[in-house]
Ligand binder design. Structure first.
Ligand code: HAM
Length: 459
């Protein structure tokens, strides 16, 4: 339902002085302690995207509300109940994106990507907004990694897109199965919706109140209703695959064959119809393949499908397209539940410690010089005690520290302290950079030898 046009507030809201502001319900901070897990997922997504030839895109959070109503569908839960939509100060009805596909298609058309060599392969790592009931694994602001291929209708692309998601989860250590279905082309859909409506009409009194409404507006939605009675009815409902046109059936069979070729584990699941209206042909979700106690309800950690009609719906020429998106929070929940640890953050090559103002200024210059040579130097320049600085060096796991004290300043030297043994050497200040370079090179060679000896890097 579209929100009413309300005039912008006259006066800006002024919070009460002294009242500590709190998180808005359904929102979450991503704190420094969380980032190792976020980086683990993001790094994997970027590396898989690069290997499969995808380029990164970021579209704005705010788009025209009408764009989502048209693409996601006016009778879907997302548009009816979950949109953060409002009238801006200029009177335009805008919405915070509930999903990424519509914005990518808009950008594809707006930037003339239709005229580029096809397919255009794009990926994003973006936050989405849905005004849903918050619970574990379900937030009002959440993050997705998404992949979209525009301009290629070959069934092998469906299998490739499905395999990309499976690869990301598998490489992260999450066993997934793909739940796959076909929702056919427009003709198959019309035929199936009629059969389905007839089936549910005769059993209407057993449907929940929401599904009674869905029966009129969008009967497909009944298939993924969470109410037990509706689920029981859905189990025996006619299946989409039995009402596919010959062309749609042929496409689906080829997708499954290619999934077999690629060794991607999948289940045929007639109940995967997806909560967005733009899907055609292949529709799929990623579910975790084992049950390790993460709430079952949230077990779909990703999903997607073909949307061959969307570019045309947005005014472009008919263009096949397919994509999927994975929820980052749900992926991280799985990683944590499985005890998968992100590797410790990389350590600096060297730490710089100093005593007094003159030494600090000299250290600042040395710091810049080392960084210019691509040596990862770290320091805490505001600290005055050497003890506190050495503690910081240990926390960062720096292998050695350059110490510039009063005596070294006078002598034109610097101390090099091995942080493991505590042994300190005095070197000429002018030779410090060369000495650091030598040690960094040696450490890199040692690490290469260790890895070459068969030790496995941690995930
Ligand atoms: P979706 O199934 O609505 O698809 O969302 C994809 C994933 O986003 C879900 O599987 C889930 O992991 C995560 N997700 C959804 N809602 C929430 C929430 N409230 N809190 C946390 N995580 C959530 C789409 O959005 C389509 N645009 C996917 C697509 C791309 N289809 C084609 N291309």
């Amino acid at each position: 339902m579209l929100p009413k046009k309300t005039p912008p507030p006259e006066e800006p809201f002024v919070p009460k002085k002294g009242k500590t502001p709190m998180l808005v319900r359904g929102m979450k901070d991503i704190l420094p302690v969380d980032w190792p897990w976020w980086n683990l997922v993001i790094d994997r997504v970027i590396s898989v995207a690069r290997d499969f030839g995808f380029e990164r895109v970021e579209t704005p959070i705010l788009e025209e509300n009408a764009m989502f109503v048209r693409s996601v569908g006016k009778d879907t839960d997302i548009v009816e109940k979950e949109m953060f939509a409002f009238t801006d100060r200029g009177g335009d009805l805008v919405a915070m994106r509930p999903e990424g596909t519509a914005g990518v298609v808009r950008a594809y058309l707006e930037h003339g990507m239709l005229a580029m060599p096809q397919p255009v392969k794009l990926f994003y790592i973006s936050s989405m907004f849905r005004y849903d009931r918050p619970q574990s694994g379900r937030y009002r602001q959440f993050w997705q990694f998404g992949f979209e291929v525009l301009g290629d209708g070959h069934p092998v692309v469906d299998a490739e897109i499905i395999a990309i998601g499976a690869t990301i989860y598998q490489e992260l250590g999450i066993p997934v199965r793909v739940q796959v279905n076909s929702v056919g082309d427009a003709a198959s859909r019309t035929a199936y919706v009629k059969v389905l409506t007839d089936y549910f009409k005769t059993r209407k009194n057993r449907l929940c109140e929401d599904c009674k409404k869905r029966l009129v507006k969008n009967p497909l939605r009944i298939l993924d209703c969470k109410e037990q009675d509706c689920q029981l009815l859905a189990q025996d409902a006619p299946q989409f695959v039995d009402h596919l046109s010959e062309a749609a059936k042929d496409h689906f069979v080829k997708v499954l064959e290619h999934l077999d070729d690629m060794d991607v584990p999948y289940d045929l699941n007639p109940r995967i119809v997806r909560g967005l209206d733009y899907y055609t042909h292949t529709a799929f979700e990623y579910t975790v393949a084992d049950d390790i106690g993460v709430e079952k309800q949230q077990s779909a950690i990703g999903g997607g499908g073909r949307y061959d009609g969307l570019v045309e719906l947005f005014g472009g020429r008919p263009t096949p397209a397919i994509g999927f998106a994975g929820g980052i929070e749900r992926t991280i929940m799985q990683l944590k539940a499985r005890g998968i640890q992100p590797s410790a953050p990389g350590r600096p090559d060297v730490f710089l410690a100093q005593l007094g103002d003159t030494a600090r200024r000299k250290s600042l210059k040395l710091f810049r010089e080392l960084r210019k040579l691509n040596i990862r130097a770290a320091a805490t320049f505001s600290k005055t005690s050497i003890k506190a600085q050495l503690e910081a060096a240990n926390r960062l796991r720096a292998p050695f520290t350059l110490i510039l004290g009063q005596k070294e300043l006078v002598d034109g030297t610097i101390l090099i302290r091995d942080m493991e043994s505590g042994i300190q050497e005095i070197v000429d200040f002018g030779k410090a950079v060369g000495e650091v370079q030598k040690r960094v090179l040696k450490a890199a060679n040692d690490a290469q030898l260790t890895n070459g000896n068969g030790s496995m890097p941690t995930v």
